[in-house]
Design a protein around this ligand. Sequence first.
Ligand SMILES: *[C@@H]1O[C@H](CO)[C@@H](O)[C@H](O)[C@H]1NC(C)=O
Ligand SMILES: *[C@@H]1O[C@H](CO)[C@@H](O)[C@H](O)[C@H]1NC(C)=O
Ligand SMILES: *[C@@H]1O[C@H](CO)[C@@H](O)[C@H](O)[C@H]1NC(C)=O
Ligand SMILES: *[C@@H]1O[C@H](CO)[C@@H](O)[C@H](O)[C@H]1NC(C)=O
Ligand SMILES: *[C@@H]1O[C@H](CO)[C@@H](O)[C@H](O)[C@H]1NC(C)=O
Ligand SMILES: *[C@@H]1O[C@H](CO)[C@@H](O)[C@H](O)[C@H]1NC(C)=O
Length: 388
Amino acid sequence: MLNYLIIFAIPWIAYAYENIALLKSAWQLHPYMYKHKIITTNASNAVDGLKTNLSYFGGQCTISANYQYEALWRVDLGAVLGIHHINIYYKTDDVPWGPGNGFTTRFLGFSVFISNTTDKEDGVLCFKDDKFTRYTIPAVITLNCTHHGRYVIYYNNRTSTNLPPDYSAYAFNELCEFEVYGCPSPSYYGEDCSQSCPDQCMDSRCHIETGNCFGCKVGYQGPTCDQPCQKNTYGHGCSMICGLCVNGEQCNHVNGTCHNGCEAGIYGSHCQMECPQGFYGRNCSNKCSEKCFIYKDCNIKTGVCFGGCAVGWKPPLCNEACAHSFYGPNCRLRCSNTCINRTCDAEKGSCDMVQNEIGHKNSKTSDIIVESREILFAVLTALVVVFV
Ligand SMILES: *[C@@H]1O[C@H](CO)[C@@H](O)[C@H](O)[C@H]1NC(C)=O
Ligand SMILES: *[C@@H]1O[C@H](CO)[C@@H](O)[C@H](O)[C@H]1NC(C)=O
Ligand SMILES: *[C@@H]1O[C@H](CO)[C@@H](O)[C@H](O)[C@H]1NC(C)=O
Ligand SMILES: *[C@@H]1O[C@H](CO)[C@@H](O)[C@H](O)[C@H]1NC(C)=O
Ligand SMILES: *[C@@H]1O[C@H](CO)[C@@H](O)[C@H](O)[C@H]1NC(C)=O
Ligand SMILES: *[C@@H]1O[C@H](CO)[C@@H](O)[C@H](O)[C@H]1NC(C)=O
């Protein structure tokens, strides 16, 4: 009955992160040589899963060379993986641990780095001992170290000429077991590594405990990157500002394209360019009037000519001549009430000769020319009639 209970209880209480260093490739800077050979003491002993015999002779511990001032050991996880915590079993020689054990002084001062390269300087320091003494350092240490990385590096040195009192004179890395707990796939998280990281996490990686993304794919934001960019932003980290999409619409949250086109006066897939001079309106498809006061220079949005219209043309767009009975700059003047029908030349205001009373004293030169033309036309018509 007791066994039955235990079998069902264990999954609920045990840490279920996996030892992702187990049987991975390991290396040390200064291996211990026996008659010029590395025998049973090499770097991979720290990741062999064996930690029952913590002496030199047991063949389960990594042993580094004597008389070195630096000790360096590392394991290659094979890929950038999510790490949760690390357990280190130092060599005890299977004698009681404590101030009387000769190995406590060698363990002191160590550090552990997580790096994406074999160089610790490229990585993050997850632990550096600067407070333990030979009385306080445990033989088995658990380090919290939630980082993503490929190499886990153990380092110690005795290069200082002024070492703390308990420190050994030389540096060692006598690791009997070095366990790195984490998830074997970087795109999973949670204690049993069963939950997949949110879809929009950059590189499909997330925090091994919380599942929060370290960064989002382009166009998304929020801790789990589940929110598309909004409020007229788009792109990487939602750091880009949308152009002027029609009706102030949100642009595509990934690439900034305006789905329904641009506001009047703006063009381009991102609606960030103003209409070229001489054009205005939706898609810049309208031409500014040639009768703008400044030739073809109008408001890109409305088409209203800057500085008004050329004399005789009707504001604001200057596409039509002045309305009936108006003339002059911006069609502000009334034709004289002595003009027939109050119709006059839109530009100059002279009464239209065709309909003018013959011999009207207000007739101007241009009107006389028109009159002469009329007469000439009448004469020709008469001639044609006579000839026929
Ligand atoms: C280290 O130990 C591993 C596993 O026992 C073995 O395969 C490897 O050849 C050893 N390396 C050296 C340099 O002795
Ligand atoms: C460790 O292994 C060595 C060599 O086989 C053996 O002599 C020693 O008794 C072992 N120690 C323990 C604690 O098993
Ligand atoms: C390793 O690379 C991954 C992905 O590029 C990154 O998230 C992580 O922070 C890096 N780890 C270190 C220790 O630099
Ligand atoms: C490591 O993390 C565990 C679980 O969150 C916590 O109980 C423990 O105090 C932490 N240890 C250190 C040294 O921060
Ligand atoms: C040696 O250790 C000391 C103290 O921990 C540290 O300040 C120093 O940077 C280390 N030396 C090297 C070469 O890393
Ligand atoms: C932006 O994305 C949308 C939707 O996927 C697509 O239709 C459009 O062609 C893209 N625009 C560009 C400039 O790539």
